[in-house]
Design a binder for this molecule. Structure first.
Ligand SMILES: Nc1nc2c(c(=O)[nH]1)N[C@H]1C(S)=C(S)[C@@H](COP(=O)(O)OP(=O)(O)OC[C@H]3O[C@@H](n4cnc5c(=O)[nH]c(N)nc54)[C@H](O)[C@@H]3O)O[C@H]1N2
Ligand SMILES: Nc1nc2c(c(=O)[nH]1)N[C@H]1C(S)=C(S)[C@@H](COP(=O)(O)OP(=O)(O)OC[C@H]3O[C@@H](n4cnc5c(=O)[nH]c(N)nc54)[C@H](O)[C@@H]3O)O[C@H]1N2
Ligand SMILES: [Mo]
Length: 762
């Protein structure tokens, strides 16, 4: 079943984008055997009247390029429009026990699911059932449980309309267990930014990239995970914006970019250098590095004051808009450079060079991703970036602000319309009034708590709106057997994945339309809407032929489950909503009148409409009413002590995957071909341990206690990675992460600093 698995490891010197990306695209299109329809759809991707890319959450510009898609967005389109199908005949041939031995790649490569399926324990196979049977079966089961023991997961891709309906279904049923992929991702942002600046999301617009004069860039990999970002980054670099990067790895998209849409660059082989400074700090070293920059700035300002020079900090801003500066400044002054150098892994000269760029810049954007959020001290990471930005008033003015880069295309939007386990984030009183029911008021389970509930047996059932929950979470080896003890598992999905192969006592697999496909309902073809990283909301129209006539849309499936589970409600007509999604948008507008004013009229505004972010205009919705400067708990965010032989493992995405969806075995920019079973290692560590490039090693969990978490036989790749740090691929490595190893407060699994030891494979 596999594609080319000949292993080759070699340096890749070409830029991000360019011919490499064209080639990669052609390869996947050929493999998925896609027809001309894909070309037509690619031309509609991210266009005001087209569909919103199903890959990442990067913004959709009001004036798009002719081809407003990237290599990985195009792969996602080809993946959804594949010509392969997984029909009931496929399941007649393969038992679940057999399929669970397949690789993630092979499972999804098998194609699109076509029919609703029910698991039959007697034959150990999924078998086709009718939609009515599936809904009736699920409803009958759900009615027997304590609703507070049922999990309603969502994976960040489903539209605002579906998400709103899904969160209502859960709450009307009586459950607030609404974790979503954000719990493994940017929840650290939602918690950290909320407490510091009173808004849980980024504060910039896409257009701020035209106005900034510096970008401070932490732990995000645009060449792979948000390649359309490379265009504004390239434009910034060209107009002399300083781009200062902090990342343990040299990521190609941050080094140089060749624009596949620029014929001159393509023909002449020219590329644009991106980063002006690149600091390869230790994994988990950001609080140290930022503390160093802050120390430099605060002390430079102290000196300026002494000699009556120009101030380095924006004192007027600090006085009017912030609290906590003095306490923080004292800590920064008192922190020794030796400590900063040790914790960050960077020499003082590098940190000072970065701080000097910051000091002379008038409008700075801070960008970050999973490199900051997925640590035990992730909130400290986010707070430290905010602190740095506040020192010179770099939040809430043109060309400046916080720019977290979100993951799934609608992950931010799902939270906006009620998919949240936190009662204070949902307008419960409003929902109670609008629909005449009493919503649950107790806090529900987030992802980590849902895992704990599965482990201790208190969870009874799991419903998943997309995603591959069991593969995306930590601690696979402990979780998988417990998963099968659930009484009911229901997955709404487009393709087969490992989570589906761990059926509970009763299990249904419900195949749905994807966003690129025509969604025909009673009133005609429907549109949906999503929210991007910049809090812009816009419409998306699918026009491709559905993968199968048997598929239902996500709203129709949610409505089907709701009608079979809940008592009829005169205030809510699920069928009317499915007939016309504009009615769902009307309902969303009633629930959230400030965010979704004139929703139906505004949704096709080119570039979308802005939901509004108070911190973007310096309205701080915090406890103090000001932006809060926080002192970090510790300079070490890993949550574990340093010890002999203990490494910090960061789990990474390759260029050929979307989360648990593995498109192929080629991580082009890092020079790895034909395999994912590798571990990147520093040369000095290898010499010290007597390991040579190409050796096989095992990674063993080192979280304390008697850890039996072990990943066997990874090939060592000598790599430019800081000493004491390792890199290897997610999701394969998730079995090394204990469920309890997560960010304080936000509970995001700490996937970027996992304590492990290395043993040679015997
Ligand atoms: N093609 C593609 N696109 C995607 C995805 C995908 O899998 N494939 N996933 C989507 C999703 S859901 C998300 S959340 C985003 C994820 O996108 P990113 O936020 O870019 O996530 P990662 O690739 O996990 O890692 C980010 C970077 O953090 C660096 N890093 C690791 N540890 C540290 C650290 O301690 N400090 C610093 N400064 N850097 C560190 C790594 O070297 C890596 O370059 O992308 C989205 N887009
Ligand atoms: N170790 C480690 N673990 C991590 C991470 C990490 O960096 N390291 N990253 C974390 C992050 S940031 C995230 S967001 C999570 C991702 O976790 P999830 O969101 O749960 O996982 P995905 O891999 O995105 O889900 C892929 C599946 O979604 C289904 N799907 C695709 N399109 C659609 C659709 O349109 N509708 C429906 N209903 N289903 C669809 C397909 O069946 C596909 O198999 O993983 C987290 N886990
Ligand atoms: Mo994510």
């Amino acid at each position: 079943m596999s594609d080319d698995r000949t292993v080759e490891i070699e340096d890749y010197t070409a830029p991000a984008g360019g011919w490499g990306s064209m080639k990669s695209l052609v390869e996947i299109s050929a493999r998925e055997k896609v027809g001309p329809e894909v070309i037509r759809e690619l031309a509609r991707q991210n266009k005001p009247d087209g569909f919103a890319c199903v890959s990442c959450a990067w913004g959709k510009p009001a004036h798009p390029h002719v081809a407003e898609f990237c290599e990985n967005g195009a792969k996602a389109t080809a993946w959804e429009l594949t010509s392969f199908r997984v029909t009931p005949a496929f399941f007649e041939q393969h038992t679940v026990s057999e399929l669970i031995g397949w690789k993630d790649y092979d499972l999804e490569q098998a194609g699109r699911l076509t029919h609703p399926l029910k698991y039959d324990a007697a034959t150990d196979k999924y078998a086709a059932c009718s939609w009515d049977e599936a809904f009736a079966g699920i409803g009958a089961k759900l009615k027997t449980y304590d609703p507070t023991k049922v999990i309603f997961y969502a994976s960040g891709r489903a539209s605002l309309e579906t998400s709103y309906m899904y969160s209502l279904l859960a709450r009307m049923y009586g459950s607030q267990n609404l974790p979503d992929s954000s719990n493994m991702c940017h929840e650290t942002t939602s918690v950290g930014l909320k407490s510091a600046i009173g808004s849980a999301v980024g504060t910039i617009h896409l257009s701020d990239y035209e106005k900034c004069d510096a970008i401070f860039y932490f732990g995000q990999n645009p060449g792979v995970n948000s390649p359309r970002f490379l265009h504004p980054l390239r434009d910034c670099a060209k107009r002399g914006v300083e781009i200062v990067v902090f990342n343990p790895l040299k990521e190609r998209g941050l080094e140089k970019f060749q624009d596949p849409q620029n014929p001159i660059e393509m023909v002449t082989g020219k590329s644009t250098p991106i980063a002006s400074q690149y600091h390869q700090l230790k994994t988990g070293g950001d609080v140290g590095a930022i503390m160093g920059m802050c120390k430099y700035l605060i002390e430079a300002d102290d000196n300026a004051k002494r000699i009556n020079g120009l101030p380095v900090l924006d004192h007027a801003f600090l006085a009017e808009h912030t609290t906590g500066f003095e306490a923080f400044a004292d800590v920064a002054r008192a922190t020794e450079w030796s400590t900063i150098e040790h914790e960050s892994g960077l020499p003082r000269t590098e940190i000072e060079a970065a701080a000097k760029v910051y000091a002379k810049s008038k409008a700075v954007i801070a960008v970050y991703g999973m490199g900051l959020t997925q640590h035990v001290g992730g909130i400290d990471n986010v707070h430290m970036v905010v602190n740095l930005m506040l020192l010179r008033g770099n939040i809430g003015k043109p060309g400046a602000g916080m720019g977290p880069v979100r993951g799934h295309s609608n992950v931010q939007g799902q939270r906006t319309v009620g998919i949240t386990e936190k009662p204070e984030l949902a307008p419960l009183d409003k929902l109670a009034e609008q629909y005449g029911f009493e919503p649950p008021r107790e806090k529900g389970w987030d992802t980590v708590e849902a895992c704990e509930a599965v482990l201790d047996g208190s969870a009874q059932a799991f419903v998943g709106l997309g995603g591959n929950f069991v593969r995306a979470i930590p601690d696979h080896a402990r979780m998988e057997p417990k998963w099968r003890a659930l009484d009911l598992t229901v997955h709404i999905a487009t393709k087969l994945n490992r989570s589906h192969l761990l059926p509970g006592e009763t299990s249904y697999l419900l195949p749905c339309l994807g966003r690129i496909e025509t969604d025909m309902q009673g009133t005609g073809p429907q549109s949906v809407s999503i929210e991007d990283s910049f809090s812009q909301i816009y419409g998306s129209k699918g026009k491709a032929t559905p993968a199968s006539e048997t598929l239902l849309s996500e709203p129709a499936i949610v409505a089907g489950i709701a009608k079979a589970t809940l008592a009829p409600n005169p205030k809510l007509d699920w069928d009317a909503w499915v007939r016309d999604y504009a009615r769902v948008r009307d309902a969303i507008e009633v629930t959230y009148p400030d965010l979704f004013k004139n929703f139906n009229d505004q949704m096709f505004t080119p570039g979308g409409f802005w939901k509004g972010v108070p911190a973007a205009h310096r309205e701080w919705k915090t406890k103090s009413g000001k932006a809060e400067i926080n002192v970090p708990q510790a300079l070490n965010v890993t949550g574990f002590e340093e010890a002999d032989g203990r490494f910090r493992l960061m789990t990474l995405r390759s260029n050929d995957q979307f989360n648990t969806t593995v498109y192929g075995y080629h991580d082009r920019f890092r020079g790895v071909k034909g395999t994912r079973d590798i571990v990147f290692m520093n040369r000095s560590d290898m010499i010290r341990m007597g390991i040579t490039d190409g050796d096989d090693v095992d990674l063993v969990g080192d979280a304390g206690g008697n850890s039996d978490r072990r990943l066997n036989k990874l090939r060592v790749v000598e790599y430019a990675i800081p000493e004491g740090c390792l890199g290897a691929y997610y999701p394969e490595c998730n079995l090394l992460i204990p469920v309890a190893h997560h960010a304080r407060e936000s509970h995001v699994p700490a996937a970027k600093s996992v304590p492990v030891r290395i043993e040679k494979t015997r």
